[in-house]
Structures are given as C-alpha cells and as structure tokens.
Design a protein around this ligand. Structure first.
Ligand code: GLA
Length: 403
C-alpha cells in the first residue's frame, strides 16, 4: 500500500549514505528525482500518435551526486532486493566529439554491458547540452522493476534532471522527454512511444494528463474526488518476449496505417479500416481495430472523468481491457484473472491491464469505502502473490535540495 512506499526524503537519505560510503565520506551536492507512472486508459496508442491518460506516481527514482575532475562518470545503483550496489565507470566523450558518432561502436557511450547502464549511457548521449563535466552519482528507486510502471522512464528522466544541474540545457520539457525516449530507442533497444517519459517530466499532483501524442499537448484532468481510488495490482509476473512483441505490435500498426493509406492510425477512422478490410490480413485488421477504437475511447473516457461520470469511465476501462486481450493480444492469464477478480467486488467501477502488457499491473477504479475488501478479494482469488499500491497522482521530475 501507499504508506509502505519509501518517500522521496527516505530515498535521498539512502542514496546519500551510500554515496558517502562509496566515495570516501564525500557528501553529494546535487539531487534530482522523477516518478514512474500508471496509465488509466489509452494503451498502445502513443506510438500511433493517439491519446493517453496517465498519471505520475509517488514511486520515484532519485539520483544524488557531485562534479568530479576529468572525463570520468561513475554511476552506482542499488535496487531494493540487490545485495550489492552495482557500479559502472563510463568515460564521457572528449570535447568536440562529433554527435553523429556518439552511438557508434567504440564510442565511450555506445550501448553495452551492464544492461542497466544503457539507460544512463543513452541519456548522456541524448542530453541537450554538451560537454558535461565528469561526475559521480548514486541512483536509488522505489519504482518496481519490470512491473509496467515505467521504472526505465523514471530512471531516464531522473538522470536527465540530474545532468541539467551539472550543465543546464534550455529547460524545454517536451524536448527533455523526447531525449529520454530517444535514449530508450537507441540504447535500450525498445521502440517505445512518448507517454512514459512525458508524464514523468510533466506530472502534476492530483491530476491525470490527457496527452495528445501527435501535438504533444496535454490537458489536466483533476482527480480529487475523495470517494474514489485508483488501485494498482501488481501481478508480479513478467513474461519473456514482452519487448520483442512490443516491437512487433508497433510494426503491425505501421503496416496497417500504410495499407489504409494514412500517415498513422491516429488519422484513420473505423470507416477507413472497414474500407481496407479486404487488403488486410486478420491479425493486422484486429491490431488496427484496437488502436482506432482505443483512441476514441480514451478521449470519451477523459471527458467522463472530468464530468464525474465514474460509471462510464469504469465501463471504458473494461472495454479497453477486453480489446487489449482479444484484438491486440498483449494481456495474459494473470492480468485477466486480476481484472475478473476485481470486477466481482461491489464498489469496483472498472479494471484493466495497464502499460505494455504480458505481465505487470492492472489498474482498478474503486469506491474508497470498498478498497480493503477489494484487496482482500483479489488476494483470495489470484493464484500468485499480488502487490498493491494506491495510485496517488503526483508531481513530475524535479531537482531536490539536499539537507
Ligand atoms: C510501454 C511504452 C509506452 C506505451 C505503453 C503501452 O509502457 O513504454 O510508450 O506504448 O507501453 O501503452
């Protein structure tokens, strides 16, 4: 539950202690943090330039550090269950190194091992103000890894925010999110959309963000009704092939848009899709059907939420889940079971898988008075061991003052 989640202050003191331990008693001078996210509706629509409705979470990644002499960058990370801190020593490219060669083999920041450091390498590579001074940094996080709550985006955005204090860029938030998304593409090998990085940068307390992934404009949707709670249930499973299937889905959508004759599925209507049905194989048709339907559903659902029509919003959540399960085929038994169990409880208005799928979490809209019994019921019905979080809409990335 939310109260068990480490606060930013706790994470900062943990990172500070570790920093002192590793770097001979030196105290870190700068700190930054960025949140993970949960998406309320609008799944697999961002890379089709459609709409998404995520919120930033109180689960965050914190980076503390200081400037060091020379061109060396030392980054240490420790995860909740890792016994030993993991360390990587990177050399920053020399001044004047051509940006076009930054990702080439042999370049100091080219992707490599350990894999987790690729997020850091990628963010340094795509950072929008070079050269950077050498630095030392310690990273800690309360965002569960591989749970579909964007631990990687929170690491990228927290790290970028840290670098901004070493060397300020122009401060443009959208460009910052795009740079972090690029890091994920070029260095982690995941062709993700913009949702995770954008909400990690722009998140606002007490609000979800309706993001238009074509214009990158966002509209605030207040979530202040004390009678309602968004509950995250983590299945604690992650199926392999999740990222290769993600890339495949993206390619299927591009193929569908091409056959329909539109630049992206955002530009296609159900009528366009039906008009091209004969030229589409069944799988591609169903993928496009999910995306076009989900984009429309997301806009309508955001409107229901604004109007306080929670029944309608809950209904849209379930429709979204069914479409992801049957048409887009990115759900799995564990997620379907969590959704079914939640929907059996009186006071639950809607539930769906959230994030990329193939494991990870569900998000459930439930009346505040029914929260305990919802958790108990899911625990009883789900065959694995779920973890629960109350999704409190939180602030995006920030630099932090050290005590
Ligand atoms: C992952 C990606 C996002 C988005 C979701 C699915 O979280 O990082 O860009 O595509 O999957 O909605």
């Amino acid at each position: 539950m939310a109260s068990l989640v480490k606060s930013v202050d706790q994470l900062v003191s943990k990172a500070t202690c570790l920093f002192k331990e590793i770097f001979d008693g030196e105290a870190p001078k700068i700190a930054a943090c960025a949140p993970g996210r949960v998406n309320l509706i609008g799944e697999h629509t961002d890379y089709n330039l459609g709409y998404v409705l995520p919120m930033a979470l109180p689960l965050v990644t914190v980076v503390v550090g200081s400037v060091a002499s020379g061109r060396e960058a030392t980054v240490v990370t420790v995860s909740e269950n890792a016994d030993e801190p993991r360390r990587v020593d990177l050399s920053l490219p020399k001044e004047g190194f051509p940006p076009s060669e930054l990702a080439s083999e042999g370049c100091p920041l080219a992707p490599g091992l350990p894999h987790w450091a690729n997020y850091v390498r990628g963010v340094i590579h795509h950072f929008r103000a070079h050269p950077l001074p050498g630095f030392r940094a310690v990273v800690v996080s309360s965002v569960p890894l591989g749970a579909g709550l964007s631990s990687s985006a929170s690491l990228e955005v927290a790290f970028y925010t840290f670098l901004q204090q070493l060397r300020p860029d122009d401060g443009n938030k959208i460009s910052k999110a795009i740079a972090c998304q690029q890091a994920e593409h070029t260095h982690a090998g995941v062709p993700c959309g913009i949702m995770d990085q954008l909400v990690s940068v722009l998140g606002i307390e007490s609000h979800a963000l309706l993001i238009d992934c074509r214009s990158l404009e966002s509209t605030l949707v207040p979530l202040t009704d004390p009678g309602l709670v968004f509950l995250i249930s983590n299945s604690n499973v992650k199926h392999s092939l999740a990222s290769s299937k993600y890339a495949l889905r993206r390619a299927e959508c591009e193929k569908a848009a091409m056959v329909i004759g539109k630049p992206s599925l955002r530009d296609a209507t159900m009528k366009d899709l039906e008009g091209s049905r004969d030229q589409l194989d069944d799988v591609t048709y169903r993928r496009a059907c999910h995306v076009i339907g989900e984009i429309q559903r997301t806009v309508k659902a955001a409107d229901s939420l604004k109007r306080g029509d929670y029944q309608q919003f809950g209904k849209a959540m379930v429709e979204s889940h069914n479409s992801l399960r049957d048409l887009y085929e990115v759900s799995c038994k564990e997620l379907d079971d969590l959704v079914s169990a939640a929907m059996e409880v009186e006071g639950v208005l809607g539930s769906r898988m959230t994030g990329g799928g193939f494991g990870g979490c569900t998000i459930t809209l439930v009346k505040a008075r029914a929260i305990e019994r919802t958790i108990e019921h899911i625990q009883r019905r789900y065959s694995g061991t779920p973890t629960f979080y109350v999704a409190t809409p939180s602030v995006g990335a920030q630099s932090l003052k050290l005590p």
